[in-house]
Design a protein around this ligand. Structure first.
Ligand code: ADP
Ligand code: MG
Length: 140
């Protein structure tokens, strides 16, 4: 299987509870390597642009409020089949449906405040990485 990259966000509910290290440890133990990382406070424009695909969804406005409510850690993760590997360790969107041992089952507060974001395809991973990182910030 090929080594690929995916994009991750440690969301405000997790940074607020000082879980950056705990979440990152679970990512690393799942075979993912952090090749870029920075702590930022997303602007409204960034949140709206990043989640533009969800613009018509009823939760869009609340989601943008939440994602700008505190600091986040944006990361580029590298590993074999990184997108699927990350989605697996993240768990289902709704923590009530997430498998035992996943990040969301372990840490998420709700379907909205669910601790992590992860790209859903190689194509979107590239778009999302480019949205937050310049090539010189990624050191594999
Ligand atoms: P995922 O993050 O698992 O890929 P989606 O892309 O469907 O899930 O949704 C993006 C984010 O929007 C979710 O991670 C969650 O924070 C929020 N969200 C999704 N569905 C709901 C919902 N029904 N109510 C509130 N927030 C939601
Ligand atoms: Mg998604």
């Amino acid at each position: 299987m090929a080594v690929t990259r995916t994009f991750s966000i440690i969301k405000p509910d997790a940074t607020r509870r000082n879980l950056t290290g705990a979440v990152t440890k679970m990512l690393e133990e799942a075979g993912l390597r952090v090749v870029a990382s920075k702590r930022i406070h997303m602007t409204r424009d960034q949140a709206e642009g990043f989640y533009a695909v969800h613009k018509e969804r009823p939760f869009y406005n609340d989601l943008c409020d939440f994602m700008t409510s505190g600091p986040v850690v944006v990361q580029v993760l590298e590993g074999e089949d990184a997108v699927a590997r990350n989605r697996q360790v993240m768990g289902a969107t709704n923590p009530a449906q997430a498998d035992e041992g996943t990040i969301r089952k372990t840490y998420a507060e709700s379907i909205e405040a669910n601790s992590v974001h992860g790209s859903d395809s190689d194509e979107n991973a590239k778009i999302e990485i480019d949205f937050f990182f310049s090539p010189d910030e990624i050191v594999g």
